[in-house]
Design a protein around this ligand. Structure first.
Ligand code: NAD
Length: 533
């Protein structure tokens, strides 16, 4: 990122170039800590008004924003294409995700964040009403990566907004244009000032300043940056959710529909030119169908059309969005070939304009190679033959990552059984990636792939503080376990342990099995004892 400073008093800026054409996409302020703090102050001031709108009011504002995004989808898609060089179809699916999530959260937020009654078997809470109250945390920071610049910035802001927070987005310095345009459309649709904000700049200055000024951080990006952000959040004692990298395994069993499996491998290995956290990063195929599967995949990959996007339906695979990522792809393929892998198609780079890497299929790969163990994040598909389903599961789990995984088989019960044993946040049978379109389904990573989830009930509750509120139905002047302590009190407290939890079968706990009788018994005993004192 080349920064420019035109005069001493002016904010420095950085220029974003289109990865496919080299044309200038735009010039953006390189915001320093003071500039970020200023935006944060505006966002803090806007909290009260936004929270006071209530769920219905906020849903109405976000409904108008959704319609404005749809009305301007050509502009939005063109902007995404300009800054990423992705295909029309990949850009359109990013927009579709966001408007789908806007629809989802507007409908569901009020129910998910309604007071949540909790019943308890604690003898000390008999006669009390307990519930969890959710309240917005305040100002939420959303930091996003360069590969999906709308849904992983604006999209992740939606549940935070519906929960009543104001939001500051820091898009990647590689692809800030989509988030900046979306914020403009939000304001044009009548969104209040200060509610949805965007700060632009790099990670070290702007990103760090954002973490320092918000009440919660929603981060999507690399493991390396995720760890830095987590440490800083811990220093500030604020919450965070990390959606990080993946090395997603696809398992193809011998009984799979090989045409579907091969189509899925090509679709999800090369979607967004392989620059997607949930792409098929490595494939394990039962040996008896390996050659047939590989032949089908290679045939289809050779038909993929690669080039700069030139209108809908023009190409399938495009350019590397962030040129340094191509160095990683090249290094992984070189490392694999040096260690004995075979390149069946692809394996070449071309430059100018744009940094391209051809769709590549590798076989004879092993876990000694980076392409099977480290995130490649590019258009490569390494395929490995395995002797059994057990070996496939073991290899799939032999990874520091655990974002998503998939298994292809005609036996759905077997597919489900395999899915239960794979260490990943989402496992799909005979499918991949589409789960992200469902706001109802939590999506998060195990192991180094992150902590927390986007979507699902937790995907909005994380943007709230949770307060347990306990209200007694009656409040006598004194309670049986309060002062003064007597031997009888001690005897009864010890007796409770025996009566409630001392039996081999804890389901015989009288408070759970016969609550009314048990409650009366407990009250009667304690009241009688205290009257004796
Ligand atoms: P990155 O970690 O380099 O950058 C992500 C964002 O963090 C950028 O906006 C960057 O400016 C910012 N940043 C960098 N240093 C920072 C700091 N110290 N403090 C605050 N912010 C900082 O990631 P990237 O290269 O942009 O994205 C690619 C990675 O994202 C891949 O690993 C990919 O798997 C992952 N990813 C994960 C998901 C998911 O949902 N799990 C989705 C998409 C991408």
């Amino acid at each position: 990122m080349a920064a420019t400073k035109t005069a001493e008093s002016e904010t420095p800026t950085f220029t974003v170039l289109a990865p496919a054409t080299g044309a200038v996409v735009g010039e953006y302020p390189l915001m320093d800590a003071d500039a970020v703090a200023e935006v944060a102050a505006t966002a803090r001031d806007a909290r009260r008004g936004w929270a006071d709108l209530g769920f219905d009011g906020r849903a109405r504002v976000l409904g108008r924003f959704r319609r404005r995004l749809v009305d301007h989808q050509d502009l939005m898609v063109e902007t995404m294409i300009a800054e990423t060089g992705k295909t029309h179809e990949d850009a359109a699916s990013d927009l579709l995700l966001v408007v789908g999530w806007l629809h989802h959260w507007a409908r569901t937020a009020a129910d998910l964040l309604a007071d949540q009654p909790i019943s308890t078997s604690s003898p000390f809470l008999v006669g009390r009403r307990n519930f969890i109250a959710y309240r917005p945390r305040g100002v939420v920071g959303v930091i996003g990566p360069w590969n999906v610049p709308l849904s992983l910035t604006v999209g992740d802001a939606i549940p935070a907004l519906m929960a009543g927070n104001t939001v500051i987005i820091k898009p990647s310095e590689v692809t800030p244009a989509s988030a900046v345009l979306a914020q403009k459309l939000f304001l044009e649709s009548g969104g209040p000032e200060g509610v949805l904000n965007v700060v632009t700049g790099d990670g070290a200055t702007t990103g760090t300043a954002l973490v320092d000024n918000v009440d919660y951080v929603q981060f999507t990006g690399s493991v390396r940056t995720g760890k830095k952000i987590a440490k800083r959040c811990i220093d500030r004692m604020i919450g965070y959710s990390l959606e990080l990298g993946g090395k997603d395994a696809m398992i193809v069993l011998a009984d799979a529909n090989l045409d579907r499996a091969a189509n899925a491998a090509v679709q999800y290995g090369f979607f967004n030119t392989g620059q997607i956290c949930m792409s098929a990063e490595r494939v394990y195929v039962e040996r008896s169908v390996h050659d047939e599967f590989v032949a089908k995949v290679v045939g289809k990959v050779k038909q993929l059309r690669q080039g700069a996007p030139a209108g809908p339906g023009s190409v399938d695979v495009t350019v590397m969005i962030h040129p340094p990522q191509r160095d990683i792809v090249e290094a992984h393929v070189r490392d694999a070939v040096r260690k004995g892998a075979t390149v069946l198609t692809g394996g070449t780079s071309t430059t100018g304009p744009g940094h391209y890497y051809s769709p590549t299929v590798l076989t004879n790969v092993t876990h000694e190679m980076k392409c099977m163990t480290e995130e490649t994040f590019g258009p490569t598909l390494p395929i490995m033959a395995v002797g059994s389903v057990e070996e496939a599961i073991e290899l799939a789990n032999d990874s520091p990552y655990g974002l998503t995984a998939s298994v292809f088989t005609s036996d759905l019960a077997r597919g489900e059984a395999v899915a239960r044993r794979l260490e990943a946040g989402t496992v799909t049978v005979n499918d991949m990636m589409v789960h992200l379109s469902a706001g109802e389904l939590p999506m998060g990573g195990h192991k180094s792939s992150g902590t927390g989830v986007r979507n699902g009930a937790e995907g909005i509750r994380k943007f709230c503080t949770q307060t347990v509120i306990q209200v007694p139905r009656m409040a006598p002047s004194n309670e049986p376990h309060w002062f003064p302590y007597t031997k009888t009190t001690t005897r009864i407290l010890s007796g409770l342990s025996k009566v409630l939890y001392g039996r081999p079968d804890v389901s015989l706990n009288p408070l759970e099995s016969r609550p009314v009788t048990a409650m009366k018994h407990w009250f009667d005993r304690l009241t009688a004892d205290r009257n004796d004192r």
